[in-house]
Design a protein around this ligand. Sequence first.
Ligand SMILES: CC(C)(COP(=O)(O)OP(=O)(O)OC[C@H]1O[C@@H](n2cnc3c(N)ncnc32)[C@H](O)[C@@H]1OP(=O)(O)O)[C@@H](O)C(=O)NCCC(=O)NCCS
Length: 149
Amino acid sequence: MIQGKWFAPGENLSDGVLPVRLAVFGISGDPVDQAGWNALVFADGEPAATGRIWWEDGVYWLGSIGVVSPLRGRRLGDLTLRLLLYKAQTHAAREIRLICPEDTEGFFSRLGFRVIRRDHGQSEMMVPGSEVSLDSCASCNKQDCPNRK
Ligand SMILES: CC(C)(COP(=O)(O)OP(=O)(O)OC[C@H]1O[C@@H](n2cnc3c(N)ncnc32)[C@H](O)[C@@H]1OP(=O)(O)O)[C@@H](O)C(=O)NCCC(=O)NCCS
């Protein structure tokens, strides 16, 4: 079973968010956690993916979006990104940005992000809040889906 959980700014992250972040990025907690919301996705009760959103200088930023390596390719990253974008929508975000490795641009561009800067293998990407679409049916052409009926 897949489950998601939110952690409010300043909440204790040591039971799930930080171990996943450490496993994926080799980094632990930092001052951004005092200001940001963290999402944690569980797969069969085990912490599997995480990501965070915070507000800075008029922009909502997403970051530390990662899935533990044995569970990649099972749409847990997609779910985490959608949770973060949904949170941005609930805050009426005008603009959402993130910095990611260049080779993950495609993962983010699927949900509307576009590259605004590239530097040493890292890409800054942005999507206006008005262009965020979490409707996964919109781009699907499966004709026999019960959701179409
Ligand atoms: C990038 C990452 C979060 C993707 O998570 P994941 O759970 O493996 O990806 P998903 O299974 O949810 O993939 C969803 C879709 O994105 C695509 N995708 C996944 N990784 C991709 C990549 N690096 N580049 C392009 N597309 C990618 C998948 O093919 C899939 O496409 P589909 O909708 O056509 O089927 C994961 O690989 C990861 O943790 N990487 C290391 C940390 C990192 O670089 N984070 C990003 C910057 S903070």
